[in-house]
Design a protein around this ligand. Structure first.
Ligand code: XLS
Ligand code: NI
Ligand code: NI
Length: 439
């Protein structure tokens, strides 16, 4: 295989004073932070779809980036060229993992049988490259939202025939994920939602989605998939209302249908924004339910109402993300998948690498700052003190579940002054964060 990106060297760590646009300023793979190397903590992944497929097409115009990689798009030759390009991108950036949808890998054919044959062919080629390079699969998924048959959803479709197609795609995507030794399998419910309740039986649709997931678990476990299944919450886009609205909604759904033993959540920064939450909020909800599985690392734009999938830039956000991950004890079968793409005018091949450098540096810096915040201890100390009244006396009885309303009412009557919660200290805590950030 010949080199595709000849103008791009292997990207090295050169430190924050480097002015080389093709070097890491903060991501130093082997540097140990809080007991593990950056590489182990961050487990970066490349998203096949954005990196190798997306050309920048939008509603108002065609793509600006050339992703032909020397082959004719829509052919198997192109599918192979994308594999070569993808592995070169990962190797040059030192990204250890990739994520894929079935139809990112090959052009979809007229029949399932032919698409699957193509997937087998490309699957063998990818597996060979993985063996050769040591690169790994973070997760796989099936695209159940692009093909017109999924206009009304897949698991939530009104058509049992469409539902069968979805099952077929999931089965094959699971086969590939297992073939690649993937750590996870994602369900992002692209069109699993509704446009109007006038034509929708919401309970029926949700039951069907759960059934499809249950079958996927059964099949996956049967073929030796030992990783985690993930739901990736998103409130809207493309549908007006999507069932996996946010982390709390998804946790409830998984518990309601008894899927919580096999599933965790894949939290995407931009989806949190769309749900009206912070990224940190979504991560915390997942973590406190024991379901922080993996992360789609990108960022949105607060001035725009859609999934802009930008490479992460905001250090406060990457820091609070890594803060939640560190506090949760790390990601077991997850990592940081750059579900991110270049802006449409950033159309060169070098821009692909610069996007990843930005994102990897932003998360490396976030990791360092998160570890520093924990090490500093002032945030933890403040939170501990804030709830200290529950450590003894009546507070302790409340926590243990032993207290009664009668007892607490009597306690309240004994109080001389009106009870006060004390200062929330937000401004103080924010100044601590800035002091830790900027020294
Ligand atoms: C779209 C989603 C999608 C999933 C994988 O908004 O983020 O890219 O991550 O299907
Ligand atoms: Ni995503
Ligand atoms: Ni997204």
């Amino acid at each position: 295989m010949s080199e595709m990106f000849k103008e791009i060297p292997k990207i090295a760590y050169e430190g924050s004073s480097s002015r080389n646009p093709l070097a890491f300023k903060y991501y130093d793979a082997e540097r140990v932070v809080a007991g593990k190397t950056m590489r182990e903590h961050l487990r970066f992944a490349m998203a096949w779809w954005h990196t190798l497929c997306a050309t920048g097409t939008d509603m108002f115009g065609p793509g600006t980036a050339d992703k032909s990689f020397g082959a004719e798009p829509g052919t198997m030759a192109h599918a192979f060229a994308k594999v070569d390009a993808g592995f070169e991108v990962m190797e040059k950036l030192g990204i250890d993992y990739f994520c894929f949808h079935d139809v990112d890998l090959v052009p979809e054919a007229a029949t399932i049988a032919e698409t699957n044959r193509r997937l087998d062919e490309i699957g063998d080629y990818i597996a060979g490259k993985m063996k050769e390079t040591g690169l790994k699969n973070l997760w796989g998924t099936a695209n159940l939202f692009s093909n017109p048959r999924y206009a009304n959803g897949a698991g939530s479709s009104n058509s049992a025939e469409v539902y069968c197609f979805a099952a077929a795609q999931i089965k094959k995507a699971l086969d590939l994920t297992v073939k690649f030794g993937g750590l996870g399998y994602v369900f992002w419910g692209g069109r699993e939602g509704y446009e109007t309740l006038l034509n929708t039986d919401m309970k029926f649709e949700q039951e069907n989605i759960a059934t499809l997931m249950r079958m996927a678990v059964e099949y996956g476990r049967g073929i030796g998939f030992t990783g985690d299944f993930f739901i990736e919450p998103k409130p809207k886009e493309p549908m007006k209302h999507q069932y996996d609205f946010d982390a709390a909604t998804s946790v409830n759904f998984l518990k309601e249908y008894g899927l919580n033993r096999d599933f965790k959540l894949n939290i995407e920064a931009n989806h949190a924004t769309l749900a009206g939450h912070t990224f940190q909020h979504e991560l915390r909800v997942a973590a406190m339910n024991g379901m922080l599985g993996s992360v789609d690392a990108n960022q949105g734009d607060l001035l725009l109402g859609w999934d802009t999938d930008e490479f992460p830039f905001n250090i406060y956000d990457t820091t609070f993300c890594m803060y939640e991950i560190l506090k949760a004890g790390g990601l077991k079968n997850g990592g940081l998948n750059f579900d991110a793409k270049n802006r449409r005018p950033s159309s060169t091949h070098a821009d692909i690498f610069k996007g990843f450098i930005l994102g990897m540096d932003a998360f490396a810096l976030g990791l360092v700052k998160a570890a520093a915040l924990i090490e500093d201890g002032r945030l933890d100390a403040f939170v501990k003190e804030r709830y200290a009244s529950f450590e003894s006396g009546v507070g302790k009885r409340i926590r243990s579940g032993a207290a009664t309303l009668d007892e607490l009412a009597a306690e309240a009557e004994k109080l001389e002054a009106p009870a006060s919660p004390g200062s929330g200290g937000q401004e103080y805590l924010q100044s601590v964060v800035n002091a830790v950030f900027f020294g």
